[in-house]
Every structure is written in structure tokens, then in C-alpha cells.
Ligand binder design. Structure first.
Ligand SMILES: CC(C)(COP(=O)(O)OP(=O)(O)OC[C@H]1O[C@@H](n2cnc3c(N)ncnc32)[C@H](O)[C@@H]1OP(=O)(O)O)[C@@H](O)C(=O)NCCC(=O)NCCS
Length: 167
């Protein structure tokens, strides 16, 4: 049977359980986040409520279930950085490699353009080849590396910084 066509839409509080489920799995098993402790629901709710229209959260929904999400986060506090955002994208492991990450990130980039932003950044574990290739496929280029700034799963972790200029 064909996979259902996902709908990309803005997240609401109803989606937070699913978002947190995908995220916490990555906390436990992956390197997409260097967070070491799972987020309790209250933390996810506080995170969501602290955001405004300038930090949109998108979800991918199929058959009534949220199977991926993507969001923009302000980059640093100084006003001079106001037209820059950091982006995050995660797809449930059962639904990866079906074009969903590409769809979510493309929609997020479109949001960023509509908001009049100038540039997007992604900080990606250097062993996360799927994410590096996804970002590259959408036009991001590598602009830097940080060596051993993280430590997870009993190993030092390094990151690749990738950037998309929107104009
Ligand atoms: C990274 C991630 C979002 C990609 O989502 P996805 O839905 O699986 O990716 P897509 O099917 O849309 O793939 C789009 C492109 O990304 C690249 N890509 C995706 N998965 C890949 C993999 N495992 N290996 C190499 N390239 C990959 C390919 O260029 C692919 O294009 P193609 O299918 O034409 O080859 C997904 O693997 C994920 O959620 N991983 C865990 C969380 C994570 O790492 N998030 C990123 C944090 S920086």
C-alpha cells in the first residue's frame, strides 16, 4: 500500500506528545541532539509556550499521526542576529528515507523566506551523514566545524556548521 501523503502544518499543543516522543528517542539513541536527559512533558510545553511566530514549529502529519517536525530558533540574543535562525528537523525512524525530512525542511525554509529572514544555520553532528546530506541537498553549505565540543555515548562529538543564505 502507498504511504499516505503527509500534511505539513503549524504545530499546536496537541502535537507536543508526539514531538517529544520523537525527540526523546533521539536523546536516548541518537546524536541529532547532544541532550543527555529526556525531556518531561512539562518541559516541552514550557518550550512551546515560550516561542512566538518568529520561531515557527512545523509538524508532518499522516493518517492523523505526527511523524516528524521542524522548527526555527533565534540565534544568539544580540539584536544584530535578528535575521538569522538555527533550524532543527527530525523524522520518526519508521518514516525516514521517504522524502519527509526534505519536505519539512523545504517548508521551513519557505517560512523563513516569508518572514524576511536572511540566513539559516544548522549545527550537525559530523557523523550524522543523513542530516548533512539532507541539508546539502537543499543548498546549505558547510561553513565551519567545531571539534569535540560535545560528549555523548562515552565519546567526544564534533559538529559541522551548515548555512543557507536566503537572498
Ligand atoms: C536527517 C533526517 C531528518 C532526514 O529525514 P528523511 O525523511 O529520512 O530524509 P529524506 O527521505 O527526505 O531524504 C532527503 C535527502 O537527504 C539525504 N539523506 C537522507 N537520509 C540519508 C541517509 N541515511 N544517508 C545519506 N543521505 C541521506 C539524501 O540526500 C536524501 O535525498 P535522496 O532521497 O534523493 O537521496 C532523518 O534521518 C532524521 O530525523 N534523523 C534523526 C534526527 C536528525 O538527525 N535530525 C537532524 C538534526 S541536525
Amino acid at each position: 500500500m502507498d504511504a499516505p501523503i503527509p500534511l505539513i502544518r503549524r504545530a499546536t499543543e496537541v502535537d507536543l506528545g508526539a514531538i517529544n516522543g520523537i525527540y526523546n528517542r533521539e536523546v536516548r539513541e541518537g546524536v541529532a541532539t547532544w541532550e543527555l536527559d529526556e525531556w518531561p512533558p512539562e518541559q516541552r510545553l514550557a518550550w512551546f509556550r515560550a516561542r512566538d511566530d518568529e520561531e515557527p514549529v512545523l509538524v508532518a502529519e499522516a493518517d492523523g499521526r505526527v511523524i516528524g517536525f521542524a522548527y526555527l530558533t533565534r540565534y544568539r540574543g544580540r539584536r544584530g542576529y535578528r535575521l538569522t535562525r538555527e533550524n532543527t528537523v527530525m523524522v520518526h525512524p519508521d518514516h525516514q528515507r521517504r522524502g519527509l525530512g526534505r519536505l519539512l525542511l523545504s517548508e521551513l525554509v519557505e517560512c523563513a523566506r516569508e518572514m524576511g529572514l536572511h540566513t539559516l544555520l544548522a549545527f550537525i553532528d559530523q557523523e550524522n551523514h543523513a542530516s548533512i546530506e539532507l541539508h546539502r541537498a537543499l543548498g546549505y553549505v558547510e561553513v565551519g566545524r567545531e571539534r569535540e565540543t560535545g560528549h555523548k555515548f562515552a565519546a567526544w562529538r564534533s559538529s559541522v556548521e551548515m548555512q543557507l543564505l536566503l537572498e
